[in-house]
Design a protein around this ligand. Structure first.
Ligand code: FES
Ligand SMILES: [Fe+2]
Length: 339
């Protein structure tokens, strides 16, 4: 069961062009493309005639011609041509979804189009702020989207999973502070006078100890941004240290798989392509380590049907509360549609 009246990332802005692209989102097939004017468009990827995938058809101007019997649909999903027939049945319509390009990504509203409010797009402004430079990608993970948000809300795992890049003993040993503000969950960990993790050393040539911050912000349904800072102890000096946001938005493909959209956006060495490449490669390797853990978790949850209860600890505050927020929003949405 997914929240539908909300925005999910449908694609990176750079991925969308004049080709028809299929993505499954919250269990629904969607075809994405850009209009001739460059506007992103999303239609249900199912021809209303006989359920052929529209994404296997042809984009002609701003209309999609189904590859099976040639019926053609405009950007709003209205049928504009039926070969060999003048009259177009009113029901011959493909569903269209609201889409908006913002913060480096293209967002889609999977619920009631009348409720689509751009102000509800998660605030991920550091993906698109002057003075910050972005690198990122998308990763398919065979796991439920909430296993991914859990992972990002408890960075204790860095100590054990990411020893080669961003993890060291200090992370797991330092307690977190957490709180819930409306629909957002905030978690932060401040590590004073600790050794820098391997990737921080490589990126900023840090030799001595650092003060390190991880300030995590969850915005429903599934965006987690992490303000990560590592400055030489006592300095708070971004010039000598490191500051970046790890920005993550998880889109459910279905109950057991997800598209993991990620960026690292930093405010130092802006034009240094070598640093961009290093950060990209190392962070991707880090997320592939997460992928391995998460996919094994998903397999176990699916195959072990004894329904054993999981035992929580203090560090789970963020993930437990983020799940509660989503659960509450889903319950509200269901009440609204029942009423
Ligand atoms: S299935 Fe698309 S035109 Fe027949
Ligand atoms: Fe991780």
């Amino acid at each position: 069961m997914f929240l539908k009246n909300c925005w999910y990332v449908a694609a990176q802005a750079s991925e969308l062009g004049r080709e028809l692209t299929q993505r499954w989102i919250t269990g629904e097939p969607v075809v994405l493309f850009r209009s001739e004017a460059g506007k992103p468009v999303a239609l249900e990827d199912r021809c209303p005639h006989r359920s052929a995938s529209l994404s296997k058809g042809t984009l002609i101007g701003d209309a999609v011609q189904c590859g099976y019997h040639g019926m053609t649909f405009d950007c709003a999903g209205s049928c504009v041509r039926i070969p060999g027939q003048e009259q177009i049945p009113a029901a011959m319509k493909a569903r269209s979804y609201p889409v908006v390009q913002k913060w480096h990504w293209v967002w889609i509203w999977m619920g009631d189009p009348a409720k689509a409010d751009e102000a509800l797009i998660p605030d991920l402004r550091y993906n698109d702020t002057p003075g910050w430079t972005v690198t990122g990608g998308v990763l398919k993970v065979q796991a439920n989207y909430q296993l991914l948000t859990d992972n990002l809300l408890d960075l204790t795992h860095e100590t054990f999973v990411h020893t080669k890049t961003i993890g060291n003993a200090a992370v797991a040993e330092t307690p977190m502070e957490s709180n819930v503000e409306g629909n957002e969950v905030h978690v932060q960990r401040v590590m004073r006078n600790t050794p820098p993790p391997p990737l921080f050393k490589r990126v900023r040539n840090l030799t001595g100890n650092i003060d390190r911050w991880q300030i995590i912000r969850f915005q429903p349904p599934s965006s987690v941004s992490i303000d990560a800072r590592g400055f030489p102890t006592g300095t708070e000096d971004a010039e000598q240290g490191l500051r970046w946001f790890s920005i993550n938005s998880i889109t459910p493909i279905d109950e057991r798989s997800s598209n993991y959209y990620w960026t690292i956006t930093r405010c130092f060495a802006l034009d240094d392509q070598e640093i961009t490449d290093l950060v990209h490669k190392q962070i991707l390797a880090t997320f592939l380590e997460d992928k391995e853990v998460l996919e094994a978790q998903q397999r176990l949850i699916e195959t072990d049907d004894r329904k054993k209860i999981e035992v929580s600890v203090k560090a789970d505050f963020g993930s437990i509360h983020a799940r509660r927020v989503v659960q509450r929003l889903i319950a509200q949405e269901n009440q609204g549609s029942a009423a």
